[in-house]
Design a binder for this molecule. Structure first.
Ligand SMILES: [Zn+2]
Length: 246
């Protein structure tokens, strides 16, 4: 689904638009000119649907060349290996995310507990996937006409990063699970989820200027995206915690 002149939503699950498999996060694609840049890829059970959506939107499947991950959780990164079974693309991830995905470290993404809790099916497995480009905070990667800046946003998980995409008419914050529409946050009872880090990351994002907020779940905002960060900061300033996803 095209959402802006060079931006598409090509997948989304039950905490979004129910376009693809229910476990999928929002999956965004940017047309960088000669090639496409994808951010997060879902859990891996909806790859056929994702590719069908790309084809239906008139996208050239031979140009799906670059895939960035915000963090290693299964609903964002679990699909990387499945996607690469079908598409020859380079994978970009920050160091800790890259370690987890490369080692297929299910404990690191709390998957055994999530399966036991019924959040993922019993037979869902995380598959290892090699990472070609390991990113660090502040790094800017230029691909075609876009630039992708890596921003450290730990809190939702210890490895979490967001990306600022520039070079188009607007500036886009691909936020992953750092902050959602309405200033909501995704706090979980996992070993690496931290409220203070979540809040510090939101305050850090408040120092960035962008137009569109493209989060990993719920809806997105194509203009005035910073208002969602401001809404969270207003609560934080009153010693509160931003509202949870639900
Ligand atoms: Zn997550």
């Amino acid at each position: 689904m095209q959402i802006d002149p060079d931006v598409y939503l090509i997948g989304s699950g039950r905490f979004g638009f129910d376009m693809t498999d229910l476990y999928d996060c929002n999956i965004f694609l940017f047309d960088a000119g000669g090639s496409y840049v994808i951010f997060d890829i879902g859990a891996g059970l909806g790859v056929d649907q994702i590719l069908q959506i790309c084809a239906r939107d008139g996208l050239d499947l031979d140009r799906l060349d670059h895939l960035f991950l915000t963090h290693a959780h299964a609903d964002h990164a679990g699909g990387a290996a499945h996607f690469r079974d079908r598409i020859d693309c380079a994978l970009y991830a920050p160091a800790r995310t890259a370690e987890i995905v490369t080692a297929c470290d299910e404990e690191a993404v709390s998957l055994p507990g999530a399966r036991a809790a019924g959040i993922y099916p019993d037979d869902y497995v995380y598959r290892a996937c090699s990472v070609e480009y390991v990113l660090e905070a502040g790094r800017v990667v230029e691909i075609g006409k876009i630039k992708v800046e890596t921003i450290a946003t730990p809190g939702h998980s210890h490895d979490h990063h967001s990306y600022l995409v520039t070079g188009l008419d607007k500036r886009y914050l691909v936020a992953g699970d750092a902050i959602l529409f309405g200033g909501k946050v995704v706090l979980q009872n996992t070993y690496d989820c931290s409220v203070p880090q979540t809040i510090a990351s939101i305050q850090h994002l408040a120092t960035y200027d962008f137009d569109a907020l493209l989060p990993g779940h719920l809806t997105f905002s194509l203009r005035r995206g910073t208002r969602h960060v401001e809404a969270a900061c207003a609560i934080i300033d009153q010693f509160g915690c931003p509202p949870p996803i639900g």
